[in-house]
Design a protein around this ligand. Structure first.
Ligand code: FAD
Length: 453
């Protein structure tokens, strides 16, 4: 059984992408300043606690898409930093820099055009194609028989791509341990002790006892609602709308189910015309979608999908828009998580929609729905009121990293948080402070059918 040290300067809760990236970068920064990281006398001890183990949460099941394409300038700048972190050690992070494509209908063209302009301004390499026939021609240059309808722009990001979920977090864990970080599995945080007369946390209570600490980092992904409640943070908040109206009593956390699956074809099936591994494809369109099984109309509203060939999933893997989880966050059963959940795995409706959407885009996927892999997949995520992250300090010494569940790509956030823990302040993290809700400093909303774009 795992044992807990009596104290640590930094206790990180959660061994996913954020907890491990923060711990690794913090250890690196402390060592660069001449400190010793580890359990010895006079050392700075960094302990990562996880109730299950490395990659047991959303990070271990994520599709792993890494992109810059966000309509919100602050998101784009943050992502450009994260992509540069992925690029520092692609091997350790199992990162595949194949690029990323946002393929869009007319209703999104202008907004995606501004993304392209701003990518140019921040030096993030991309190509923007406009016009229906120009877009089709560009796509057919990559894939013969590309056939997606109602597409009038293509943004092709030359950087980004995807990383293999578990391999990436295991790579981070290895690097963190090599720098002196201790990762302890099987330790569930159940409470916090506050210092006398202050709201700061002086110790973390777990199933294996109490660990005294000076700083806490909370990086618990979909479990944030539980830890938020234990920290006594508000279940409901004030949000100042874009029109200046104050909305009281807005629920801080809500759940959505991320729907993903795998088509059981050889990943090489999706190579480009010139035999290369293709960029990650994301298509949004307002063309009606009919079932590739029986021709029935699936939707005539704006819809979207993403996909990539992936040897780790052994097929073409991807997903579509998330499904709303109706019950209040306090009654949603997060455990057992991901594919082990009896409630929140994808249904046959998703399989029909997603395989039909693949066939809608590329002729090579027509009639392939029979090889969709019938296995539990997908997982729930916990979302903020605006579906964008909250990165902020609470109760004086608790740093919360809550990425609103599109944060696998945000590997660089840990580096920025490590800087803040050491007294710096990050311009990139500032737009994600909790106070933005009450102050009405909200991120712009895009026309994408996805809540996180
Ligand atoms: C199906 C799916 C696909 C996704 N695809 C993408 C994608 O393509 N690109 C992208 O950018 N994002 C994607 N995401 C979102 C992304 O996976 C998450 O935003 C990100 O992994 C969250 O990382 P994290 O480190 O905050 O949390 P997690 O990876 O969830 O890790 C949290 C850890 O905390 C531990 N924990 C929880 N409570 C406690 C406690 N009380 N005590 C101790 N330990 C605890 C858990 O065991 C877990 O290991 C996807 C998510 C899902 C579900």
């Amino acid at each position: 059984m795992a044992s807990l040290p009596p104290s640590a300067r930094y206790v990180v809760i959660g061994a996913g992408i954020h907890g491990l990236s923060t711990a690794m970068h913090l250890a690196g920064r402390l060592r660069a300043k001449g400190a010793t990281v580890g359990g010895g006398k006079g050392a700075d001890r960094i302990v990562v606690l996880d109730k299950t183990g490395v990659g047991a949460g959303a990070s271990g099941i994520a599709c792993g898409v890494v992109r810059n394409n966000y309509y919100q300038p602050a998101m784009r700048e943050l992502m450009a930093h994260s992509v540069s972190v992925w690029e520092r050690d692609p091997e350790a992070y199992s990162y595949h820099p194949v690029g990323y494509m946002q393929i869009s209908p007319e209703v999104m063209r202008a907004q995606v055009g501004t993304i392209y302009e701003q990518q140019k301004a921040i030096g993030y390499e991309s190509v923007f194609i406009e016009g229906e026939s120009e877009s089709r021609e560009y796509m057919r240059g990559l894939f013969d028989y590309w056939q997606a309808a109602s597409i009038t722009s293509v943004l092709h990001e030359k950087r980004g791509g995807y990383a293999n979920n578990l391999a990436a977090v295991e790579g981070l864990a290895r690097k963190a341990k090599a720098l002196g970080v201790e990762i302890i599995a099987g330790v569930e945080v159940k409470g916090f002790r506050a210092a006398n007369g202050s709201s700061a946390i002086s110790a973390v209570e777990t199933n294996l006892g109490t660990i005294a600490c000076e700083n806490v980092v909370v990086a618990v992904g979909p479990w944030i609602n539980t830890i938020w409640n234990i920290l006594d943070l508000p279940k409901q908040i004030k949000v100042k709308g874009r029109d200046g109206t104050m909305h009281d009593g807005v629920r801080m956390w809500r759940y959505m189910a991320l729907q993903e699956g795998t088509l059981g074809v050889d990943p090489n099936f999706q190579k480009t015309n010139d035999g290369r591994m293709p960029p990650v494809i994301h298509v949004d369109t307002d063309a009606p979608l009919h079932s590739d099984r029986d021709g029935k109309l699936i939707t005539d509203e704006l819809w979207g999908l993403y996909y990539k060939p992936d040897f780790h999933f052994n097929g073409v893997q991807g997903g579509a828009m998330p499904a709303v989880v109706e019950p209040d966050a306090d009654v949603v059963r997060v455990d057992p998580y991901g594919p082990k959940s009896p409630e929140f795995v994808v249904t046959d409706n998703f399989a029909d929609m997603w395989t039909s959407a693949l066939a809608f885009c590329q002729k090579r996927f027509e009639g392939q729905h029979g090889v969709y892999r019938q296995e539990p997949s997908g997982g729930i995520g916990c979302f903020t009121p605006d579906s964008f992250p909250v990165f902020d300090r609470f109760r004086e010494n608790v740093y919360v990293i809550a990425d609103s569940n599109h944060g696998f790509k945000m590997i660089g956030v840990g580096e920025l948080v490590a800087g803040e823990l050491l007294g710096e302040s990050s311009k990139l993290l500032e737009p994600f402070q909790f106070s933005r809700y009450a102050q009405g400093k909200l991120h712009p909303v895009s026309k994408s059918p996805f809540p996180w774009s």
